[in-house]
Design a protein around this ligand. Structure first.
Ligand SMILES: *Cc1c(COP(=O)(O)O)cnc(C)c1O
Length: 201
């Protein structure tokens, strides 16, 4: 189980405190906000996770500064991340974002697009396909969410049967991580429940 502490809108000092308490993985979704914090905390052995929407003109910075990307949902982005990953760096860990509820305002592929995108990622030497990520509808009733989460577990299982490196299911946030873990998640993204409410901008 990996806890990714979602540190968006939290200060570098708060991140350093969570690090001192043992957290090693931190998630950010806005580059502009993340980069100064990453620069300030280079002394700490942090695995930075990019969990926001990816604009194609930002792939270079993401490929250079992060260890994981949770939100890959098209082959062009995967190809650009591969091109931009520095030679000296280990392969970038990537997750395919899945949008089972087909919410138009969110990124992510449909179920039948997972296989083709996985094949593209598997062909790219500087990317390592590690699994799937989902961000379910915020207002989903528990019973529906359980169906959604269980479907994700089955999709990861299918992917893992083909590709043993794809062992990670990034699923669950402060409000639903218990259910996500019960349904098979092994990477939870927790902001509020760790840091308290985010400061208003
Ligand atoms: C903000 C965010 C989280 C964490 O949300 P909390 O409810 O504060 O735990 C998790 N995943 C993504 C993609 C986010 O943007």
């Amino acid at each position: 189980m990996t806890i990714v502490a979602v540190s968006k809108q939290q200060s570098a000092d708060s991140i350093a405190l969570a690090y001192a308490a043992g957290i090693r993985s931190f998630g950010e979704n806005y580059l502009q906000e993340a980069l100064p914090k990453i620069d300030r905390l280079t002394d700490l052995a942090i695995d930075w996770h990019f969990i926001g929407a990816i604009q194609s003109n930002k792939t270079k910075v993401i490929a250079e500064r992060f260890a994981w990307v949770h939100t890959v949902d098209r082959s062009r982005i995967a190809e650009r991340l591969n091109e931009r990953r520095p030679e000296w760096a280990p392969p970038l860990n990537v997750l395919i974002q899945v949008n089972l509820a087909a919410e138009p305002q969110k990124g992510g592929v449909a179920e039948d697009e997972i296989g083709p995108l996985a094949e593209v990622i598997e062909s790219l030497p500087k990317l390592l396909l590690r699994g799937l990520m989902t961000l379910p509808p915020a207002d989903q009733p528990v019973a529906e969410k359980k169906v959604h989460f269980s479907a994700m577990r089955d999709l990861l299982r299918q992917l893992h049967d083909r590709n043993p490196a794809a062992d990670t299911l990034s699923m669950g946030m402060s409000s639903d991580f218990e259910l996500a873990v019960a349904c098979g998640s092994n990477m939870i993204r927790i902001g509020t429940a760790l840091f308290g409410p985010r400061p208003v901008r």
